[in-house]
Design a protein around this ligand. Structure first.
Ligand SMILES: [Zn+2]
Ligand SMILES: [Zn+2]
Length: 131
């Protein structure tokens, strides 16, 4: 791994706030001012494919990166894309239905709870609460 990649990896590994690529870019620039967002993206997807980090979130554009690769669940806000870790032993013991065996082998169960975070709820107001 190159020095640049290592710095990017370290930033994600020590983060607990599920930063998006732009946030990671800002943090890495404190150490490597010349790094481009493009490099950040490429490196993040490479680290993801190596299983060194993982991703959370509703879409590729709003994707968040997670340095915590141990099994855990998330609450993801569908407006701002912010992800919060959720520990729920009840969810850990969820077993995949037998039909899944026809598709493939399950390695992990990841539950993504979707909703609107308190901050976004305040901003959008009660008007849109029923969407
Ligand atoms: Zn939100
Ligand atoms: Zn997480």
């Amino acid at each position: 791994m190159t020095h640049q990649r290592l710095v990017i990896f370290e930033e994600v590994a020590k983060s607990h706030d599920h930063p998006d690529a732009e946030t990671i870019c800002q943090r890495v620039r404190e150490k490597i001012p010349t790094v481009s967002l493009d490099t950040i993206y490429r490196t993040l997807w490479m680290l993801d494919s190596l299983g060194l980090i993982t991703t959370v979130g509703p879409s590729r554009e709003k994707v968040r990166f997670d340095g915590n690769v141990t099994p855990h669940h998330h609450f993801v806000c569908s407006i701002c894309g912010e992800a919060h870790d959720v520990d729920c032993p009840g969810l850990d013991s969820v077993t995949a239905p037998e039909e899944v065996e026809g598709i493939g082998r399950v390695n992990a169960v990841h539950v993504e709870l979707r909703g609107v975070c308190k901050r976004c709820e305040k901003q959008t107001g009660s008007r849109e609460r029923h969407i």
